[in-house]
Design a protein around this ligand. Structure first.
Ligand code: G6P
Length: 344
């Protein structure tokens, strides 16, 4: 068992550490030549997915719309059956296992309505590959841990590469750098943040723009493996309800990196701080304004926003992992959860 885990205490930690290679393979899994023509010609795209895969789809929407001007409609697999079709000329179904019943039925619904379909999956010959018109395999390698880590980063890698290709290679350099960027953050010391999170019963995760789905994925990881109640909000939504719950017992994990949301995030963190809420903030490594407000800073290497999407995702996985480990959770096989959900 220890040998299979490559000396790591859990498969999840091993798989987190495999992410530099996984992102590299995923980015190279699709090229100008192999990109399905339905995507090359798409004037609008619908993405359907569940769980972590849905969060990858949401990141895709934030990235592709400003760069390529292609509108993306995003649907949960389990809800898509209640919407009329079609809304777009292509449906992308994202599913690491390729077996999620709700995502499969979305693909079939597209086909019945003469909409082109593309599957993004990690499993060769899985059900989704046999249903969809085209398949992009993300080549993350086998993932044993129930909670997705390297399959998620690989999905984001494939989706970033799709945006890159559709934009005529505008994001090539960023993706070229992704493997190294992930290697850089794997050994970040998260002890102080883990101290704070492992004592909490409730955690809020907040971000803006593309970092909102990054935080949704971070909160999902925390829930899945530590069993701590973790909720993600778009930071601007806190005032519309969750603010009533903030107290010294409800730490907030926030992300505040340079970009269009920077100033307003700093303001949001000050408002939270005024309620006595402990703040763990992801910020650029030398950002004094973030460290003045936050109780704990998780430093991100300075980089392009896309790169910070990847690095913060990995650090949020590690935060969940180390918190769960501190609490003695089973981690690789969380209670009540399954790696693939083949029923509605
Ligand atoms: C299960 C897994 C999650 C996954 C979700 C969707 O709940 O535990 O990790 O995100 O299914 O799975 P899929 O295989 O469709 O990506």
């Amino acid at each position: 068992d220890t040998v299979q885990k490559g000396g790591f205490a859990h498969y999840m930690l091993k798989e987190i550490f495999e992410q530099p290679d996984a992102i590299h393979r995923a980015v190279h899994a699709v090229s100008e030549e192999t990109l399905p023509s339905s995507l090359r010609q798409a004037s609008s795209i619908t993405v359907v997915a569940c769980g972590s895969s849905y969060h990858a789809g949401m990141i895709f929407r934030y990235l592709i719309e400003p760069v390529c001007g292609i509108p993306v409609r995003l649907e949960l697999g389990s809800e898509y059956k209640y919407t009329p079709v079609p809304f777009s000329d292509v449906i992308i179904g994202i599913s690491q296992s390729g077996e999620t019943a709700d995502t499969l039925s979305a693909i079939r619904k597209g086909i019945c309505n003469n909409v082109k379909t593309v599957a993004i999956t990690n499993v060769l010959n899985s059900s989704i590959t046999r249903s969809a018109h085209d398949t992009i395999l993300m080549h993350a390698g086998p993932e044993i841990s129930v909670a997705a880590s390297k399959s998620f980063i690989a999905q984001v890698g494939v989706l970033m590469q799709i945006v890159n290709i559709l934009s005529g290679g505008r994001c090539h350099d960023i993706l070229d750098h992704a493997r190294y960027a992930l290697e850089q953050v794997l050994l970040t010391d998260l002890t102080e943040a883990v101290d704070l999170c492992s004592k909490a019963q409730h955690l809020f995760y907040v971000g803006r723009g593309v970092f909102y789905p990054v935080m949704m994925e971070g909160a999902l990881k925390m829930k899945e493996i530590s069993y701590i109640h973790a909720e993600a909000y778009a930071a601007g939504e806190l005032k519309h309800g969750p603010f009533a719950l903030l107290s010294p017992d409800t730490p907030v994990i926030a992300i505040c990196t340079p970009g269009p949301a920077y100033e307003v995030m700093l303001g949001n963190m000050k408002e939270m701080k005024a309620r006595g809420t402990p703040i763990v903030a992801f910020g650029n490594e030398d950002d004094g304004d973030v460290s003045d407000i936050a109780d704990v800073v998780i430093p991100l290497p300075k980089a392009h926003m896309w790169t910070q999407v990847l690095t913060s995702t990995v650090l949020l996985q590690l935060l969940a992992y180390h918190t769960a480990n501190r609490l003695g959770r089973e981690i690789d096989m969380p209670r009540n959860l399954a790696k693939s959900v083949t029923v509605e």
